[in-house]
Design a protein around this ligand. Structure first.
Ligand code: GAL
Length: 696
């Protein structure tokens, strides 16, 4: 395992790549097989016009490249790669393994994924394979070997793109092959069947297994499934795809050494695979992000996902591999982006550490399932608004080239954990209204409002760079990760922990001694009872706001209450009790929210914890204006993104200029809907202030 720190020749792989491109990576998925050959030269010409310097090729072209088993046809890629190279457009060459050809499914009918109801899914879409199928493994390894052998030395190829969005459609397979692989996975993890019985608590409902062969995937059954089994099946399923990822990566590294490797991750769009595990295997972390057009806060979700990408990249720059120029085609109503929105989206990703801005896809399809999905070059061609914005963005990214390689320094970390997400949302919890992403989004949103930057990191990540660690929803926590948080606080850090956290161990088994098991000592309290609220119910808080969804009856064991549920019936089932607490622990403090706090109360809590920890806003911005700093050495860039309909005036320090060099005196005006990048005055001797989180 090489992880994101794999640096082939002592350099940062993404830095080396953007050096080679001569700037920030810009482009998208290029699917030339959808078009006749005479269109390809025009594609290259227009790519150059738009400032494109990198395209992802071949993502779904397996059936073209291997039209019959073992018979390869390289004419398409030979021609297209040469054309692109001649046009000075570099290639992120994808393994086409997300789209096994129809011949594969016909030859191996049992290699299709099977759903929980027992239905075998057929080809005709994409990712129609069982992650544990040996036939699929053999066929895809052969394809990857042939592809890498042919193109590893092609001068256009600058990056390997492994598969496409692992697990997007087929992560959970319940077939017999998956069952056998699941049993192997369990043997390796637990060694003995007794241990499996113990950690899954199979004595409940008489589920005790006497033979390994009795264990199946948790497919549809009469009532609740065993939660330990369900949780391990999630882990196994993610690992099964990770094994495929590793197999492809090993072939690519062997046949094309020195070419950095990535796979496009899905961030919060994908619950089924553990994004951190895949990110650790990438030389360059890349992610896809799509806005939900009906969500008025979708720009905050974008920022959250960008900060997760950076967290997965260990703070290094990363690549936005896909987003859309305008409408997508997979939401109930697919509303185009408003003029200027795509630019705001792209520059926000850049602000948060992306050194590559890419789209799905280059040329809008005229047939197939995604013909109504926007692209860089729309159906209407170069006369369209989208094309105008695409070319303008290409030019602007070229002007912003000096920003690449700089980093976003965060002093706040927010734990983002797929295992906790899986566990919290298993069946038969105290409330199905307590959702993992809701909590993460609420807490992240409060920080966004405060203009405080955070990294979204795995709970086993190094916490030492941070002053504050937020755990909005850590229902499941391992002993080691709980201890790491304790050590962080003992050493002077602040931990702010959300409701229903710490309740269970790695196997979803209740931690003894009272809730919140893993965090009792850190928080100096015990939760006597979890008290979820019904739809329409709320609990009045002592600051006058109201909490919905969830409350808890908390008893202090040393903590002090910072906010309470109101006395009397309006205070809800935990009336009069603590709603927010603080506990001095070691050199730091453990804070707890015993309810899903409404936005103002959450802002107040996080604001207070940040103040205590000495973490300030990046800049003094009005509501709805986003501020992020990228910096390296003595250089700093302040990105200001105005999401409002009114112009904003933001104070800036002395010596700041716009990117074009024009002087700024004391403040900068950011017009409505606009983005301004401020080049800050160089800081003499040492690191830029941002790296110490001192704000501007
Ligand atoms: C992504 C996928 C692309 C395309 C896009 C449409 O999930 O990787 O191939 O389907 O969605 O939004």
């Amino acid at each position: 395992m090489t992880g994101t720190t794999r640096i082939a020749d002592g350099t940062d792989p993404l830095g080396a790549l953007t050096d080679r491109l001569g700037g920030i990576a810009y482009g998208g998925d290029y699917n030339p097989e959808q078009w006749p050959a005479d269109v390809w030269p025009e594609d290259v010409r227009l790519m150059r016009e738009a400032g494109v310097n990198l395209v992802t090729v071949g993502v779904f072209s397996w059936s073209r490249l291997e039209p019959r088993p073992g018979v390869y046809d390289w004419r398409l890629l030979d021609t297209v790669l040469d054309l692109l190279h001649a046009g000075d457009i570099a290639v992120d060459l994808a393994t086409p393994t997300a789209a096994p050809p129809p011949w594969f499914s016909k030859a191996h009918p049992d290699a299709g994924p099977q759903n929980a109801a027992g239905t075998r899914l057929t080809h005709g879409s994409r990712q129609a394979f069982c992650p544990s199928s040996q036939a699929y493994a053999r066929a895809s390894d052969a394809m990857v070997t042939a592809l890498a052998s042919r193109y590893a030395d092609h001068p256009a190829v600058v990056m390997w793109h492994v598969h496409n969005e692992w697990g997007n459609h087929n992560a959970l397979c319940y077939c017999g092959t998956s069952g056998a692989a699941f049993r192997e996975w369990l043997r390796e993890r637990y060694t003995s069947l007794d241990r499996v019985n113990e950690v899954w608590g199979t004595d409940f409902w008489g589920q005790r297994y006497g033979e390994w062969s009795e264990i199946d995937p948790p497919s549809e059954t009469t009532a609740f499934r065993n939660p330990g089994q369900e949780l391990d099946y999630r882990r196994f399923s993610s690992d099964a795809l990770l094994a495929r990822h590793r197999a492809e990566s090993a072939l690519l590294r062997e046949l094309g050494p020195g070419i950095p490797l990535t796979t496009n991750l899905l961030g919060t769009l994908e619950k089924k695979v553990d994004g951190h595990a895949f990110a650790r295997e990438s030389d360059i972390v890349s992610v896809d992000h799509y806005l939900v057009s009906a969500d008025p806060g979708n720009h905050v979700d974008l920022a959250l996902n960008a900060d997760l990408a950076r967290g997965m990249a260990g703070g290094r720059p990363w690549v936005l591999m896909e987003h859309s120029t305008s409408a997508v085609n997979w939401q109930p109503v697919n509303v185009p982006k408003a003029p200027g929105e795509m630019r705001r989206n792209s520059l926000t990703h850049l602000a948060r550490g992306a050194d590559g801005i890419m789209f799905f896809q280059w040329r809008q399809s005229r047939a197939g399932a995604e013909k109504w999905h926007s692209a860089m070059l729309p159906h209407g061609g170069t006369e369209t608004r989208t094309w105008g914005e695409v070319t303008a963005l290409g030019a602007e990214l070229a002007e912003l080239s000096e920003v690449r390689g700089t980093r976003v320094a965060a002093r706040v970390a927010l734990l983002f954990d797929w295992h906790a997400w899986w566990a919290l949302e298993l069946e038969a919890r105290p409330s199905e209204r307590l959702r993992y992403l809701d909590a993460v989004r609420d807490w992240y949103g409060a920080l966004w409002d405060l203009a405080i930057t955070c990294d979204l990191i795995a709970p086993d990540a190094d916490l030492t760079p941070y002053e504050i660690v937020l755990a909005p929803s850590q229902y499941l926590v391992t002993d080691a990760d709980a201890e790491s948080l304790h050590a962080f606080v003992r050493g002077g850090g602040h931990a702010v922990i959300g409701p229903f956290s710490g309740a269970v161990d790695v196997n979803d088994r209740i931690r003894g001694g009272g809730h919140p098991g893993a965090f009792r000592e850190l928080l100096g309290l015990v939760v006597d009872e979890y008290l979820p609220l019904r739809v329409g119910e709320s609990a009045l808080l002592s600051d006058g706001s109201r909490a919905a969804v969830w409350t808890e009856r908390v008893e202090s064991r040393g903590c002090t209450a910072r906010l309470r549920f109101a006395e009397g019936p309006e205070g809800g089932p935990a009336r009069g009790g603590p709603a927010v607490t603080r506990h001095a622990y070691g050199g730091g403090a453990g804070w707890y929210a015993a309810t899903a706090l409404p936005a103002p109360a959450l802002r107040a809590l996080l604001g207070e914890a940040c103040r205590e920890a000495g973490v300030a806003a990046v800049a003094e911005v009005p509501p709805g204006v986003e501020a992020v700093r990228r910096a390296a050495g003595d250089r700093g860039y302040l990105f200001l993104v105005n999401h409002t309909d009114a112009e904003a005036v933001v104070p800036v320090g002395g010596g700041c200029t716009r990117i074009d060099g024009s002087e700024l005196t004391g403040s900068v005006t950011v017009p409505a809907g606009d983005v301004v990048v401020v080049r800050e005055a160089p800081v003499a001797h040492g690191e830029h202030a941002a790296n110490y989180g001192e704000g501007s």
